[in-house]
Write a protein that binds this ligand. Structure first.
Ligand code: ADP
Ligand code: MG
Length: 470
């Protein structure tokens, strides 16, 4: 039961919110004639009773607004409520109702939207086109989502939205790099809310575009609009797809408004924050920023390990802890890479029928791990000398001509970067040079490497030869 049920004041505030929502999508004449003179007179938690000033008005409201009203109530109260219309002659709105300021009204309605308002007055539930089927991955649920410091905020916000759609963070905007769990969270919201009985549309921005495109081609824009504007939740994946598609943005903008002002929940994901969606029309981008914006960053070591454990277990894969640790330590990228590593281990296990040891894992995943460099310093010197057409002796000498100073510095830089020598070690290697000289050389080349394309090419060539098999 909602406490609101008994308090007249709350009932008035609720009705005021509903009126404001309807006002935005009806012609002023219809609104003034039918809706303004009616009011909510009772709410027992199950059924809202609305009083109209005469039988004619009651019939009109009943036939035209029942469904729209029920939907708005879902948006405002977070659950389904019945509606009953009665006749009560002196049903002028009281001064109290007129004055009551509802707690959380959306920002004022933009002018440009008014024309595109959905035709709630005419639209009866039965006539509405069906929603696209929900295609959800069975594993993308809240339960299988491993929470860590880099995704906990996105996770918590998604859960809150799934529990009370339209009432917490609206819109919710989740952004982050590839493979970090955005789609997973979005589908988890879709699954949970559908199970709770909400009408849910989940699709990628690209699919939205396809529906849109088809509707234009088949002259079915009305059906298209109704279809997406009757949902309780609209979940759109990868909205960066909208960049550069102006008509699509326009349509998306109207869909957004139609839903938003009815208190329906909207969730977006993108690969970057709204401010970085630079090419997006400003008014659409600003909509994205109305609600809550959360990011997902690449997982830290602990979370990677937890994800690996969970996934290995789910796959029924027996992997020694030291192998999981090795993967978690060295695969820092996204979660798909982690899954890829486990898939490879599984394939190996199935193929060879052997347990996965650390050695086996090292071999199977060698190309994923950073190279363990066994750089032979003499070989490195030879490669540098060849590239710069000097001799190894010249490199090792104290000669100061430009011709040998640069390659010598490059050799020092590579010993440092690739062979992981310390500055004093490098100084020693070059016949007892001071480590500050080495430091200077390494820094100079590191800077030049950023700016100097020709030098970068030379160093790349040396590395290629250095790491090729021969
Ligand atoms: P995005 O949409 O951000 O590119 P996905 O949601 O497709 O990434 O995630 C990529 C894969 O990683 C999916 O298989 C997903 O289930 C998995 N994944 C991502 N984050 C997590 C997590 N925190 N816990 C468990 N699995 C995750
Ligand atoms: Mg995705």
């Amino acid at each position: 039961m909602v406490p609101m049920a008994t308090k007249t004041q709350d009932l008035s505030a609720l009705w005021k919110q509903i009126l404001d929502l309807f006002r935005n999508e009806m012609s002023p004449t219809s609104f003034d004639t039918w809706l303004r003179p009616s009011r909510a007179v009772a709410f027992d938690g199950q059924t809202l009773t609305v009083a109209a000033p005469n039988a004619y008005a009651r019939d009109w409201l009943e036939s035209r607004l029942s469904n729209g009203l029920r939907r708005k109530l879902v948006g405002l109260l977070g659950r389904h409520v019945q509606v009953r219309f009665v006749v009560q002659p002196q049903a002028e709105p009281t001064a109290e109702v007129a004055a009551a300021e509802p707690a959380s009204l959306p920002p004022p309605l933009p002018e440009e939207w008014l024309e595109a308002a959905p035709a709630t007055e005419e639209a009866e539930e039965e006539d509405l086109p069906s929603l696209p089927p929900l295609r959800l991955h069975p594993r993308y649920t809240f339960e299988t989502f491993v929470v860590g410091p880099t995704n906990e905020f996105a996770y918590a916000a998604s859960r809150a939205v799934a529990e009370r759609p339209g009432q917490t963070y609206n819109p919710l905007f989740i952004y982050g790099g590839v493979g970090l769990g955005k789609t997973h969270l979005l589908q988890a919201i879709a699954r949970a809310t559908r199970a709770a009985g909400y009408r849910v549309a989940y699709l990628s921005a690209e699919e939205f575009f396809n529906h849109f495109f088809q509707a234009i081609r088949n002259h079915q824009m009305d059906a298209f609009r109704l279809r997406f504007r009757r949902v309780d939740l609209l979940l759109v994946d990868d909205v960066h797809f909208l960049i550069g598609k102006e008509r699509l943005q326009e349509e998306f903008f109207h869909t957004f408004n139609a839903l938003y002002y009815e208190g329906r929940q909207i969730v977006f994901t993108a690969d970057r924050p709204p401010v970085a969606l630079a090419a997006l029309e400003e008014r659409l981008r600003s909509r994205f920023e109305w609600g809550l914006i959360v990011d997902i960053q690449p997982p830290d070591y602990e979370t990677r390990l937890a994800i690996l454990r969970a996934k290995a277990e789910h796959m029924g894969l027996r992997v020694p802890e030291e192998v999981l640790d090795r993967i978690a330590r060295h695969l820092e990228g996204n979660i798909r890479t982690l899954e890829g590593a486990l898939n490879r281990l599984r394939a190996y296990g199935e193929l060879r029928g052997r347990p996965i040891t650390l050695e086996a894992a090292e071999a199977i995943l060698a190309d994923l791990f950073p190279r363990k460099l066994q750089v032979d310093p003499q070989r490195l010197l030879r490669m540098v000398a060849e590239e710069f057409e000097v001799t190894v002796e010249q490199l090792m000498s104290t000669a100061r001509s430009r011709k040998v100073v640069l390659p010598r510095q490059v050799a020092m830089y590579l010993l440092r970067e690739d062979a992981r020598y310390s500055f004093p070690q490098i100084g020693h290697f070059f016949g007892g040079r001071d480590h500050t000289t080495v430091m200077y050389a390494c820094e100079k080349i590191a800077r030049a490497y950023e700016r100097d394309e020709a030098l970068r090419k030379r160093i790349r060539r040396i590395r290629e030869r250095l790491y090729s098999a021969s």
